[in-house]
Write a protein that binds this ligand. Structure first.
Ligand code: ADP
Ligand code: FDM
Ligand code: MG
Length: 216
């Protein structure tokens, strides 16, 4: 009998504002896929553990200053440094769940309203990175997010920045294919069930014998 072609894993990105429930939902999705017997891995950006990630962490905590363009490129480099390992995992059949990705990358940088840092400029270093099979955008109102606790101490956790980030996420996701908007203002369980259904549908319908695509 002929060997079955290897089914690759899926690349699933979870995006949204602070406190939309991304990290909670990524963990629940990982556990639910694992229970169904799918090999699965959960990673997050920024990955603060690498040398580049340590520079980013110090910037976000306010312990260091960086030029807007320079920090933008470091966030992108922090994705490039694991791009190959993501591709390898996926090729070997593991589904990879990613907590924030290039969309946060362009939106937070462009929200600074620096005249030489447009969305278009910000997207360039993302071109060629692994392209998600699906991006789940956890949508939440500022009022609902506020009920989940006040702002933390990190650099972007303030109202004016979050308002611009919200507007830019809408702009970016209007243009993007393979996006599913999830109403993240409901209970944790309701959100988790909708995410599971959306992801199952995506995995069922994707061509798992074709290689992972690239951002363009
Ligand atoms: P994010 O990673 O998007 O910042 P988290 O998953 O860390 O969000 O959740 C932020 C806070 O909100 C946590 O205290 C979490 O327990 C809570 N939370 C997450 N999802 C919900 C939900 N659907 N309803 C109410 N609280 C939630
Ligand atoms: N962020 C995250 C960026 O500005 N660029 C990026 O490329 C990424 C991945 O870093 F304020 C911002 C978004 C957020 C912060 O917060 C990381 P969490 O709590 O670790 O997700
Ligand atoms: Mg989080």
């Amino acid at each position: 009998s002929q060997a079955q072609p290897t089914r690759r894993g899926a690349l699933i990105v979870v995006e949204g504002l602070d406190r939309a429930g991304k990290s909670s939902q990524c963990e629940m999705l990982r556990d639910s896929l694992w229970q169904k017997g799918s090999p699965v891995k959960y990673i997050r950006f920024p990955d603060r553990t690498t040398p580049i990630g340590k520079l980013i962490d110090s910037y976000l905590r306010g312990s260091s200053h960086q030029d807007d363009h320079s920090i933008h490129l470091l966030f992108s480099a922090n994705r490039w440094e694991v791009a190959k390992s993501i591709e390898d995992e996926i090729a070997s059949g593991t589904t990879v769940i990613v907590d924030r990705y290039s969309y946060s990358g362009v939106v937070y940088s462009a929200a600074k309203a620096n005249p030489t840092l447009s969305l278009e400029w910000a997207w360039q270093p993302e071109i060629g990175l692994p392209r998600p099979d699906i991006c789940l955008f956890l949508s939440i109102s500022p009022e609902e997010a506020a009920k989940r606790g006040g702002f933390g101490v990190e650099r972007y956790e303030n109202e004016p920045m979050q308002t611009r980030v919200r507007q830019l996420f809408s702009t970016v996701f209007e243009r993007q294919e393979d996006v599913s908007i999830i109403d993240a203002g409901r209970s944790i369980t309701e959100v988790a069930l909708q995410i599971q259904a959306t992801v199952s549908d995506c995995i069922e319908h994707m061509d798992a014998t074709a290689p992972l695509r690239k951002l363009e």
